[in-house]
Design a protein around this ligand. Structure first.
Ligand code: AMP
Length: 400
């Protein structure tokens, strides 16, 4: 069964075509700068040369059409006909409280996804366009939506509510939703497999550390808390996002700097975090290089990042009454040897310690704690697309 997975962002489309017989990737690619000048499309068919195309791509529908043509192209394609694609899975950012699991696309589902636009104004519209475009271009092919928020829907109310008047929740659905759910779900399940242990016996803290970053407490297979909130702004220090801060700073700075609500939102989401503190970059590689060259603010930004992650690990250990495994994933978590070390230094009280030799790896599955540690530490490359493909397969295999 061949399954195509799409992750449509506000100006991008990521895709992967899976052969679910062995879960291998037949082709993958990225269309960037959709609707802007200078769109770039990178297509990697398995066993063939990568193709990079620079051509303006006006909208997501055109982008998806080009991707479908490329998959069946005699030169760059990997399948003979579109008929080979049995189902399409889509990453959808926000499912609000309506979706705790992946579902088959239908008119009521699409209506509910549209109702969540208010909660995910940048991503949900692109996700919807992607689903509609596939519906038009591949009539009759079943589609599945996999929500970034779904895995976190098991949080108890005392963890997901904010201590503001209850009416804000009732009237406007203001609560913690959490994001990166597909990634937290994948790595927590994968680490249980690697430990040859049932996930229902494990208390796992998953650290998804990329440009956007979040931590989740996964107790006996269910998420009980996560660091991102109503939006992805809350929690950890991120590439360009502030994460947690005193909410009173917002009106204070708006008055001082004469900012509108929109400008303030942009300030916290796009100008803060590691970029804002270091003044160097939002890319951790640049910040690490600057810190190594003696830039004190770059060093400070990295310390702040590590300290915030460590605080969350400590608080989630308390939330779960202990911790058995800590997992690092995503761009930084998978690749930054020094950041993993910075975060773990100071966690010895939990019964763990990082092994510098085992930690000396990038982008591969490995246990990195010292031998015999009570709490295991793992690096696990995330694979959100595979989760989407598996959910899609499961849902579509049961169709009559
Ligand atoms: P993601 O959002 O998961 O794609 O992660 C992107 C972030 O991971 C960027 O800030 C990168 O700087 C960071 N990253 C990727 N590779 C490395 C590396 N080798 N060392 C440090 N940071 C890295």
């Amino acid at each position: 069964m061949k399954i195509l997975v799409f992750n449509c962002g506000s100006s991008s489309i990521k895709y992967k075509l899976f052969d679910m017989a062995d879960e291998s990737v037949l082709a993958s690619g990225l269309v960037e700068r959709i609707g802007l000048e200078g769109s770039v499309w990178t297509h990697q068919p398995r066993g063939k040369d990568k193709v990079v195309t620079n051509t303006d791509i006006k909208n997501h529908s055109i982008g998806i059409q080009l991707v479908l043509e490329a998959l069946t192209d005699t030169k760059h394609g990997v399948i003979a006909s579109m008929k080979e694609i049995k189902a399409v899975g889509h990453r959808v950012l926000h499912g609000g409280e309506k979706f705790s699991a992946s579902v088959l696309v239908s008119p009521p589902v699409m209506k509910a996804v549209e109702e969540c636009i208010e909660l995910g104004p940048l991503h949900n519209p692109a996700n919807i366009i992607g689903i509609n475009a596939c519906g038009e271009l591949m009539p009759g092919v079943p589609q599945v939506t996999v929500f970034d928020t779904g895995f976190h829907q098991t949080m108890p109310q005392y963890a997901y509510l904010y201590a503001i008047p209850y009416e804000a929740y009732e009237k406007y659905s203001v609560r913690r939703y959490g994001f990166h759910g597909t990634s937290h779900r994948y790595v927590s399940q994968r680490v249980a497999e690697l430990l040859n242990e049932s996930i229902s016996n494990l208390r796992i803290i998953t650290c998804h550390l990329g440009n956007g970053a979040s931590v989740a407490a996964v107790k006996y297979g269910e998420c009980i808390d996560t660091s991102m909130g109503l939006t992805p702004l809350e929690g950890l220090v991120m590439g360009t996002r502030s994460g947690d801060m005193d909410p009173a700073i917002i009106p204070f700075l708006m008055k001082k700097e004469n900012m509108t609500a929109e400008q303030m939102d942009n300030y916290m989401n796009k100008k803060s975090g590691v970029l804002g503190v270091s003044g160097v970059s939002s890319d951790f590689r640049d910040v690490e290089t600057a810190a190594n060259n003696g830039n004190e603010r770059a060093e400070l930004a990295l310390e702040m990042f590590a300290y915030r992650v460590r605080k969350y690990i400590g608080s989630y250990a308390a939330a779960m009454g202990g911790v058995d495994v800590i997992v690092f994933t995503a761009g930084l978590g998978e690749n930054s040897i020094s950041m993993r070390e910075k975060i773990c230094n100071g966690l010895e009280f939990l019964g763990t310690s990082i092994d510098p030799v085992k930690n000396n790896i990038r982008g591969k599955e490995q246990e990195i704690n010292v031998d015999g540690a009570k709490v295991k530490i793992f690096v696990i490359p995330t694979n959100e697309e595979l989760v989407i493909a598996r959910d899609t397969k499961e849902i579509c295999s049961n169709l009559a």
